[in-house]
Design a protein around this ligand. Structure first.
Ligand SMILES: C[S@@+](CC[C@H](N)C(=O)[O-])C[C@H]1O[C@@H](n2cnc3c(N)ncnc32)[C@H](O)[C@@H]1O
Length: 328
């Protein structure tokens, strides 16, 4: 399989799709296969998959702007289909296209470069923009959460999803600041956080973790991931691969635990009790005992890839499509 070099990504003016070569080889692409790119973004994975194999690709994204880009690719390549929606719903979304099983699924979690770089999306503390942070168009904005949630709720969100040890201090500062004026913009929030969180030696902006926490909460990213993994497992054909690229420990833990749970043989609780094989038969085989990480070469051209962790699991040949059903 020919690999796509970083310089060829750059020369084709592609957005830097994180760990692209590793994703392509992990998917184990084959002719006439059906693959799902569950986080289409700007389509870096989808385009590369279509270049490497004569197969069908279905792109999914919850962001209407990404879906527009997907429609452009549909015009260019009849083996591609773009679907608007969340990957937690991929089973229903694919069924609506008449597809019940697929040969591989890739999930590249988090936000895309255009989402981060467009100040009006409100994801970045680097530019002034409305405090929005929604990947799709539904649900609460970050401004609504920041201005209406209680101190305890804000502290919990920032602590649990941002893994920020100064969460209480930040929540208190938000409550104080919003009593003076409504917090409507990214820089207003970033400056409130910066005023109470000490600068770290590694140069990471003190607002980073607060923004991460709010974004994960607003977009229900961890719930999406848990549901998405279940849907992916159900959709994969025997031998099909699930490839997930994570960017922080909260996501990676969910993937690791799911893979481990689904790859373990059932525990025999008691020798006096019969086994219930249909309840917990393993359905996946883990192909990455340790997660793969980006090469130093990739990190040097795309620093965002530094925190990426890629895990792969394969659907077992004998996994029952009826897993989880109690024997009657
Ligand atoms: C990191 S980018 C993917 C970049 C992509 N691999 C590429 O090469 O262009 C993540 C994308 O996933 C989308 N996304 C995140 N969570 C999603 C979800 N639960 N369902 C569908 N799309 C989601 C975001 O809107 C964003 O466009």
């Amino acid at each position: 399989m020919s690999s796509m070099t970083l310089s060829s990504q750059a020369s084709q003016n592609l957005h830097f799709s994180v760990m692209l070569n590793e994703v392509l080889s992990s998917l184990h692409l084959h002719k006439d296969g059906i693959y799902v790119d569950g986080t289409f973004g700007v389509g870096g994975y989808s385009r590369a998959i279509l270049q490497q194999a004569s197969c069908t690709v279905l792109g999914i994204d919850r962001d209407p702007q990404a879906v527009k880009l997907g429609h452009v690719l549909e015009q260019e390549n009849s083996h591609f289909k773009m679907i608007y929606g969340r990957f937690s719903q991929m089973k229903e979304l694919l069924e609506s296209q008449g597809i019940k099983v697929v040969d591989g699924i890739a999930l590249d979690l988090g936000v895309s470069s255009p989402q981060l770089d467009q100040k009006e999306r409100g994801f970045s503390f680097r530019f002034e923009g409305p405090l929005d942070m929604r990947m799709g168009q539904e649900g609460m904005t970050a401004a609504e959460v920041v201005n209406y949630y209680s101190e305890v709720q804000l502290s919990d969100i920032i602590f649990n999803y941002g893994e920020e040890r100064y969460a209480r201090r930040i929540a208190r500062a938000i409550i104080k600041a919003r009593a003076e004026e409504v917090i409507n913009t990214t820089l207003q929030l970033a400056n409130i956080v910066r005023s109470v969180v000490p600068k770290s030696r590694d140069g990471i902006d003190p607002a980073t973790r607060t923004f991460q926490g709010l974004r994960i909460y607003i977009n229900r990213e961890l719930e999406e991931l848990s549901e998405g993994l279940k849907a992916a497992e159900a959709l994969l054909a025997p031998g099909g691969r699930l490839v997930v690229v994570c960017f922080h420990s909260l996501e990676d833990r969910i993937v690791k635990d799911f893979f481990r749970k689904k790859s373990q043989a059932p525990k025999h609780a008691s020798r006096h009790l019969p086994m219930l094989p249909t309840l917990s038969n393993p359905t996946l085989k883990i192909l990455t005992a340790k997660p793969l990480q980006a090469t130093p070469e990739e990190i040097s051209v795309n620093p965002r890839s530094r925190s990426a962790k890629l895990r792969v699991a394969e659907k077992l040949e004998n996994a029952s499509q009826e897993q989880g059903k109690l024997p009657i």
